[in-house]
Ligand binder design. Structure first.
Ligand code: HEM
Length: 296
């Protein structure tokens, strides 16, 4: 069915309210061909459960296999830089199908279990208290700057066993890498710069873990090279992936969730009356209501 939908999914209007558009698509054209960017948009829940279970039809090997130029368009002169970026992203575990995906994912699989994650609770609680104490006397805070950004960066840096003092540097490199998802014509160079800086930062740390193993996530990744499940380049690229995936998403969850609660004070009051009982469902609902990751 052909519908008059807005295909400019990188425009300011779209970004500031994607849900009106998603709802319109789901209602009128749930498997929509976006003419502007030449891609399919699939919006129905049951389709989205089915789709990733059919990698033979819907491959995750996008950066390596898609021969088309990037979208939105970039400066023609930056195509060489784009090749470098493609090469880097194609080593991420999320850019593979089975069996390669299972093999690379298997390196960290055991680490991400409820028991091991639970052991991080005291550190996270301590970090939350410290960040709130820091701003208490001010009587106000910039949620993103003072809380939502430093908290997950601290946690993931600690999990990876990266020096405490490198947190701001890690975030500044990640911010450059993130430009890849924007629409600016000249976004490739700063994004590639962020990637190169992250590679230069992580590579010596991986080399160190290969000879001096620790009890951190970076050591687990480095072991993937020892067991032959990953190459050195894959270890480094996936260390960058986890460093980045482990904080950017959580920043968005905290900020979008707090904004949603601020806009729905009745829900905020319900949470305040019963934080222990309602926190889990509140977080689940924040993930659903204004998701930190809006497309794959
Ligand atoms: C609110 C928080 C988070 C959200 C919304 C989120 C979302 C996602 C999504 C949508 C994917 C699939 C990506 C794809 O296949 O293209 C993914 C994969 C992944 N995420 Fe997260 N994530 C969050 C937090 C984290 C954290 C804290 C870590 C690490 C400590 C992490 C590590 C990973 C890893 C390793 C993968 C790849 C898994 C695989 O390929 O099997 N994520 N995440």
């Amino acid at each position: 069915m052909v519908t008059a939908v807005n295909d400019y999914i990188f425009s300011h209007d779209f970004m500031s309210d994607p849900y009106t558009y998603f709802a319109q698509l789901r209602e009128n054209d749930p498997v929509h061909w976006n003419e502007k960017y030449q891609l399919w948009l699939v919006t129905r829940h049951e389709d989205l459960l089915w789709l990733p279970r059919h990698p033979e039809l819907f491959s995750s090997v996008v950066f390596k296999n898609d021969p088309r130029p990037p979208y939105p368009a970039i400066d023609e002169s930056d195509m060489g830089v784009y090749e470098f970026i493609k090469d880097f992203f194609s080593k991420w575990m999320i850019q593979h199908d089975r069996p390669k995906h299972q093999q690379t994912r298997g390196v960290v699989h055991a680490y991400f279990n409820p028991k091991s994650q639970e052991s991080w609770r005291p550190l996270v609680q301590h970090a939350i208290k410290g960040l709130l104490d820091d701003v208490e006397d001010q009587g106000s805070m910039d949620l993103m700057r003072d809380f939502a950004t430093p908290l997950p960066v601290l946690v993931i840096a600690q999990m990876m066993g990266m020096p405490f003092e490198d947190r701001k540097f890690i975030r500044s490199m990640a911010e450059k890498l993130l430009l890849i998802g924007r629409s600016d014509l000249d976004r490739m160079r700063p994004s590639a710069e962020g990637i190169q800086e992250l590679l230069d930062y992580v590579t010596p740390l991986v080399e160190d873990r290969l000879v001096n193993p620790g009890d951190d996530l970076l050591t687990i990744l480095a072991n993937g090279e020892k067991t032959g499940e990953m190459t050195r380049e894959e270890v480094v690229a996936n260390a960058v992936l986890i460093l980045f995936a482990g904080h950017e998403t959580t920043i968005n969850l905290i900020c979008n969730g707090t904004l949603a609660l601020g806009n729905h004070l009745d829900q905020w009051d319900l949470l305040r009356q019963d934080p222990a009982g309602k926190m889990k469902s509140t977080i689940e609902e924040c993930l659903r209501y204004d998701s930190p990751v809006k497309s794959l």
